[in-house]
Design a protein around this ligand. Structure first.
Ligand code: HEM
Length: 526
């Protein structure tokens, strides 16, 4: 027995020495700067990730080691404009999504790794997400903005309202309306619908599945009902999508008049074969997750920053006073907002400082490998540029931790310097750029304008807001803020003279509080 253990220990020690020998003397990445542990194993990142600190840790490593860092035996993180161009932005980029994506969601445009297959799918989807198509959907979005305001109004007298929860419910309901033909009802009740819990669980299951496929399969079969329920969350998401799609077809048929994005997918573009029903039902299930937490995170941080910058709110209102406000709804039309410099700069700066997808989006080096930043990067090496880091490049974003929308307002009106634009990638760049960008910006613009028109947000305590920064960023622990009602949205803007408006902006009543509570969910990245 003792000899057995002894042999095992010797074997372990010998393997350890081999790994160290390979990492230090043989690995093609041995000259790339980085911590020794990263050259030996990728598992250290797993623990960092579980602690919600992957992106901030990689950022700190760039601070220490420079623009190229080895973060795992087969993985490099970059922080240069050239790397952004080579890996993501170039339309001839041969860097495909890393194997990790194969398990994130099922068979949709998001997780397709083969460039040709992806191009083909994207071609079939693009028309549904065009600016024109999204504009046609604006009334649906207005409906949910109105419901969010009503949800806030109903609860504000009972104490703080969880802003993150309600922004999340807003984004969920808009996604349900747009892709499934019906909202989830998140804005109609106090508790998040069960679907939301399934989505949170599914992120974790997908990630575990990629790392430990056999263990995850076994846990799916577990006799424990609780474990089984957790590990089959993604099954329920796809079942829900398939049922919603069938229900949609029954209610509206195959030539629906509804102005939503699903209608566009069903009708198909002239001349293309379009998507099969199975493909549509898979895509709409995936889209629901892609469209929700991202937008909700942006909204949460945007109002958090505004709460700390009351002067910006005043300036925003000044800008917004110039546009017509529809009398009945008090919700401005998107077309009035598209060219407002400050409003758009606030959104742009929010997505810079608080990029909702801040992690390095993993891609693999193409066959034959590539020279990058003076290092040879062998085929299949995983590479990325985290937007968290590229957005904090102090040369092009001076004082990067300050929230300064003005950095985007340039005399030529182009919105930042060329270099800033090259490093700025909240929606990533190139062929895998976010398909929902137009929809997301419409939601953010209309929501920002509506709430700033209506409320003044300010902090009532000076405590910072923390974040778990993994693939997505999750805001947690924060301060209560106070929203003050500013104007009566039922007063028609055309009835209002500029001075009357000014008066109503000044007449503030303390009536509403918002709180960023601890809301934990994780999307664990490799
Ligand atoms: C502020 C809101 C949003 C942000 C910051 C955001 C960001 C991103 C990013 C960074 C990616 C690339 C992911 C990767 O390569 O791993 C992406 C992809 C994607 N996003 Fe968004 N997104 C937002 C909203 C939306 C919305 C509203 C939709 C749906 C309408 C959507 C649908 C998608 C899809 C389908 C992809 C995959 C595209 C492809 O690979 O071709 N996103 N998004």
């Amino acid at each position: 027995m003792y000899t057995d253990w002894n042999n095992h220990l010797h074997l372990l020690a010998a393997s350890g020495l081999c790994i160290i020998f390979y990492a230090v003397f043989l690995s093609p990445l041995r000259h790339v700067p980085g911590p020794l542990i990263a050259k030996l194993t990728g598992n250290w990142l797993l623990f960092i990730e579980l602690a919600g600190k992957r992106t901030t840790t990689v950022h700190a490593l760039h601070g220490k080691y420079g623009p190229v860092v080895c973060i795992a035996p087969n993985e490099l993180s970059f922080n240069t404009i050239d790397a952004v161009e080579t890996i993501y932005a170039s339309h001839h980029s041969e860097f495909r999504k890393a194997p990790w994506y194969a398990n994130m969601t099922r068979g949709g445009v998001f997780n397709m790794r083969d460039p040709a297959e992806h191009r083909q799918r994207r071609k079939l989807l693009n028309h549904a997400f065009s600016q024109q198509s999204v504009n046609e959907m604006e009334p649906h979005i207005h409906k949910h903005v109105r419901k969010l305001v009503m949800a806030i109004e109903k609860r504000r007298k009972d104490g703080p309202v969880d802003a993150r929860h309600w922004f999340r419910m807003f984004a969920f309901d808009v996604a349900g309306e747009s892709f499934l033909g019906k909202p989830f009802g998140g804005l109609d009740c106090d508790e998040a619908p069960g679907y939301v819990a399934d989505l949170d669980s599914a992120f974790i299951v997908w990630d575990l599945q990629g790392r430990f496929p056999i263990l995850t399969w076994l846990l799916r079969q577990s006799p424990s009902k609780k474990l089984q329920h957790f590990f089959t969350a993604d099954d329920r998401i796809y079942e829900y999508g398939a049922d919603a799609f069938k229900d949609y077809l029954q209610r509206y048929g195959r030539s629906p008049q509804r102005k939503d994005l699903l209608t566009k997918l069903i009708r198909k573009e002239d001349g293309d074969g379009g998507l099969t029903d199975e493909q549509i039902s898979g895509e709409i299930s995936n889209l629901t997750f892609a469209a929700t937490d991202t937008a909700a995170i942006a909204l949460t941080y945007m109002f958090w920053e505004l709460a700390q910058h009351p002067e910006l709110q005043d300036k925003l209102r000044e800008e917004l006073r110039k546009i017509p406000l529809p009398p009945a709804s008090g919700i401005p039309d998107h077309k009035e907002l598209v060219n407002l410099p400050l409003l758009n700069a606030v959104i742009q700066e929010t997505l810079r400082k608080h990029s909702p997808v801040p992690a390095g989006l993993m891609r693999t080096a193409p066959p034959g490998g590539r020279m990058m930043e003076g290092y040879f990067v062998p085929e299949k090496t995983v590479v990325s540029v985290p937007s968290w880091t590229s957005h904090r490049n102090p040369t092009y974003f001076p004082n990067p931790e300050s929230f300064s929308p003005n950095r985007w307002i340039t005399p030529d009106g182009l919105g930042g310097t060329e270099r800033m634009k090259q490093l700025y990638m909240p929606f990533t760049k190139g062929p895998r750029t976010c398909i929902g960008q137009a929809m997301a910006l419409l939601e953010l613009r209309v929501m920002l304008a509506t709430l700033v028109f209506r409320y003044n947000v300010r902090l009532i305590a000076e405590v910072g807001m923390g974040a778990e920064v993994t693939f997505l960023v999750t805001a947690f622990i924060g301060d209560p803020g106070i929203l003050e009602e500013l104007i009566d949205p039922t007063v028609s803007s055309s009835q209002e003279t500029a001075s009357k408006r000014q008066q109503s902006f000044d007449a503030k009543e303390l009536i509403y509080a918002v709180q960023y509570r601890r809301v934990k969910f994780n999307w664990l990245a490799k």
